[in-house]
Design a protein around this ligand. Structure first.
Ligand code: OGA
Ligand code: MN
Length: 328
């Protein structure tokens, strides 16, 4: 497998083409498409190797033409690590009608009957939060590895996804900021963007179910050995730093990662399945007309290791006893 080439794998097996899509930085590249996969079949070693190799090099890989169902998406995801199951967040009613298959996150604007969600639905509020550059589940103690988003229905315009390469951002970071980043630990909190937007009341149960988590600001990706910046919209503060210093630093680093030269904008095609590395990229959704056009996206997310659980199960937090009435 080589950049821009179709190369026979030894033994005459499957052939995959990997083409660079996104910005090329000095000595590295960021987003690529992988052609020739067929996820209707169980992923074999050759495909797993090809995806892992492409992910180590690029960090965003688009598998084209995958008109898959939920079970096929989950099967593919599990070939790379244990699923991170959706948490109840202290608010998921037991009787909620779930629209998507086991293990998947619903990123759509639709209810279980395929109709548009109402304006005050929880999912629309969460989707709105996705319009800030973030990295998935950075508020979890468990280290989320990759997300895999499948496009099932797309709006005619809007609803792109933008990605930033936080490895290239680290490589280009000025020396003084690098020194400070190296010694910084950030706290990440799920409710941050929702509280900032003034859209949500956080109950005690919700607060307890999704506590903050702390992670170093600089991390090394084991598969490539590259360093990366790990911040994004879920960060509330740098641990043990004065508030104003912390705020300025977070704004500076997040602003730096989001610079256009580190960015790849994906215009979705039906059947695209995008795999991205949450450890070294940020992403955000762009707006679309949510009460006019359907956008059905489904996400599998995997951890680097550990059991296949949600963050709430991992923390031993049972779902709320009192059932909420909202079906959303
Ligand atoms: C996500 C996400 C962006 C989009 O699924 O985690 O942020 O464009 N999605 O829907
Ligand atoms: Mn996301």
């Amino acid at each position: 497998m080589r950049l821009g080439n179709t190369v026979d794998t030894p033994g005459g097996g499957m052939v995959y083409a990997v083409n660079c899509l996104g910005p090329q930085f000095e000595g590295s590249a960021f987003a690529a498409e992988l052609l020739g996969a067929n996820l209707h079949e169980p992923p074999g070693d050759e495909l797993v190797d090809a995806v892992e190799e492409a992910m180590a090099r690029y960090a965003v890989v688009v598998l084209r033409d995958q008109q898959i169902d939920d079970a096929e998406q989950v099967r593919f995801a599990r070939a790379f690590g244990p699923l991170e199951l959706p948490p109840h967040m202290g608010m998921r009613p037991a009787a909620m009608k779930v629209r998507v298959g086991y293990g998947l996150y619903d990123i759509s604007n639709l209810d279980a009957d395929g109709n548009f969600l109402p304006e005050d639905s929880l999912r629309l509020i969460f989707n709105k939060g996705n319009e800030n550059f973030h990295t998935d589940s950075s508020f979890n103690t468990l280290p989320t590895k990759w997300s895999m988003l499948s496009a099932r229905v797309l709006p005619p315009s809007g609803g792109d996804t933008e990605f930033c390469d936080a490895r290239a951002a680290w490589d280009a970071l000025p020396g003084e900021l690098r020194e400070r980043a190296r010694e910084a630990t950030a706290e990440h909190w799920l409710w941050k963007t929702r509280v900032d937007a003034g859209k949500m009341q956080i109950s005690e149960e919700m607060r307890n179910a999704m506590p903050p988590a702390r992670h170093p600001v600089v991390r090394t990706i084991s598969e490539s050995g590259r360093r990366s910046l790990y911040l994004g919209a879920h960060v509330t503060h740098i641990v043990d730093w004065p508030r104003d210093e912390s705020d300025r630093f977070i704004a500076a680093i997040n602003g730096h990662i989001a610079r256009p030269e580190f960015r790849y904008v994906h215009k979705w095609r039906l059947g695209d399945l995008i795999v991205w590395d949450n450890r070294c990229t940020l992403h955000r959704a762009t707006p679309y007309e949510v009460f006019r056009h359907k956008r059905d996206m489904r996400r599998a997310t995997i951890n680097e290791y550990g059991p296949e659980v949600s963050s709430t199960t991992a923390l031993g937090i049972p779902p709320p006893k009192v059932e909420l009435t909202s079906p959303y």
